[in-house]
Design a protein around this ligand. Structure first.
Ligand SMILES: Cc1ncc(C[n+]2csc(CCOP(=O)(O)OP(=O)(O)O)c2C)c(N)n1
Length: 309
């Protein structure tokens, strides 16, 4: 299958799953806070396709797109969202702790930046064991405000670990814009002072991000250095929840409308000859996943109380 079709399948799956969450969240059957990926899909789709199946990824509480782009598994996704349980999480993870190590989604965390040193450790283990696995860690621009990001970057540069640091920059930490949080103008200028590769883009075109990631992988492998991949996007919905929030006063609807003109799904759709066929297939897959999840039993009390601290 060609790259553009593979990308469209990932993009459409993510968008469809989240659209169905929006449709049904009001029923209160999904007992989990939702940090939606809508608007960011091109990043996970492009980076994950370039990384390939063998790679390991780590993410945040906003990882619907990452999980679906890497696994393609809407059954386990909805099972976890509905609290019924995927194989590993058994209903205790919910939207914020999705993971599937067998498919390379090693972990996602609700504590801002906390997954970054874990990913650096995994990359160290891979390098030490001469494994050819690539590691990427995804985080928001808010994670850069945490000391542990800088410590992790420093260690990765010192130890020459070819990890990808993927910064998904939507310009806000909850409602606080970068300009009110950062004592510098451009994060890429600061990170460039470290011994690592720095690449950036504000494209919403998944193919552009795919190609940029291939370059990131090539350069970081050749130089045996980390790569900081800085990717801008616009978060369509509120920080947490399934609604718009343009009446909250911290950002303008006009900004959304200008990003929406280059919506990642619309851009990619134009490159596909028969998108309706893909869409139909994925719509059926997603409805099946939702149905199966709702029909599954909740985990027993025994399971629920195990491994919870
Ligand atoms: C260590 C820590 N501090 C504060 C919070 C509260 N908090 C939750 S989300 C968030 C903003 C993070 O913004 P960003 O990393 O840019 O991610 P985004 O939500 O934009 O994807 C904050 C401060 C937290 N979860 N963890």
């Amino acid at each position: 299958m060609d790259v553009n079709t593979l990308l469209y399948k990932k993009l459409y799956l993510i968008r469809r799953c989240e659209q169905r969450i929006i449709d049904d969240y009001g029923d209160d059957a999904m007992k989990t806070p939702m940090h939606m990926s809508m608007g960011a899909e091109a990043i996970s789709a492009g980076v994950c396709l370039a990384l390939g199946d063998n790679a390991q990824v780590f993410g945040t509480y906003r990882s619907h797109a990452l999980y679906l782009a890497k696994t393609g598994n809407s059954d386990d996704f909805f099972a976890e969202i509905y609290g019924r349980g995927s194989a590993l999480l058994q209903g205790k993870g919910g939207s914020m702790h999705l993971c599937a190590p067998s498919k390379g989604v090693m972990g996602t965390s609700a504590i801002v930046a906390s997954i970054i040193p874990v990913a650096v450790g995994a990359e160290f283990a891979n390098k030490y064991a001469n494994s050819n696995k690539k590691t990427a860690v995804f985080f928001g621009d808010g994670a850069i405000d945490e000391g542990v990001f800088w410590e992790s970057l420093n260690v990765a540069c010192l130890m020459k670990l070819p990890i990808l640091f993927v910064c998904e920059d939507n310009g806000f930490a909850v409602h606080t814009p970068s300009a009110s949080r950062c004592g510098y103008d451009k994060i890429t200028n600061i990170v460039s002072q470290f011994n690592c590769v720095v690449l950036s883009s504000d494209s919403t075109d998944a193919e552009v991000i795919y190609k940029l990631t291939l370059e990131a992988i090539k350069l970081s492998n050749e130089k045996q250095l980390p790569c900081f991949l800085h990717l801008k996007y616009y978060r369509y919905l509120e920080h947490v929840g399934v609604n718009e929030d343009f009446d909250a006063g911290y950002r303008k609807r006009e900004d959304f409308e200008s990003w929406q003109k280059r919506d990642p799904i619309l851009l990619q759709r134009k490159k596909i000859t028969a998108p309706e066929l893909i869409e139909k297939e994925i719509d059926i897959q997603v409805e099946e996943s939702i149905k199966k999840s709702k029909q599954s039993p909740f985990p027993s009390d025994d399971i629920l109380l195990k491994e919870v601290v």
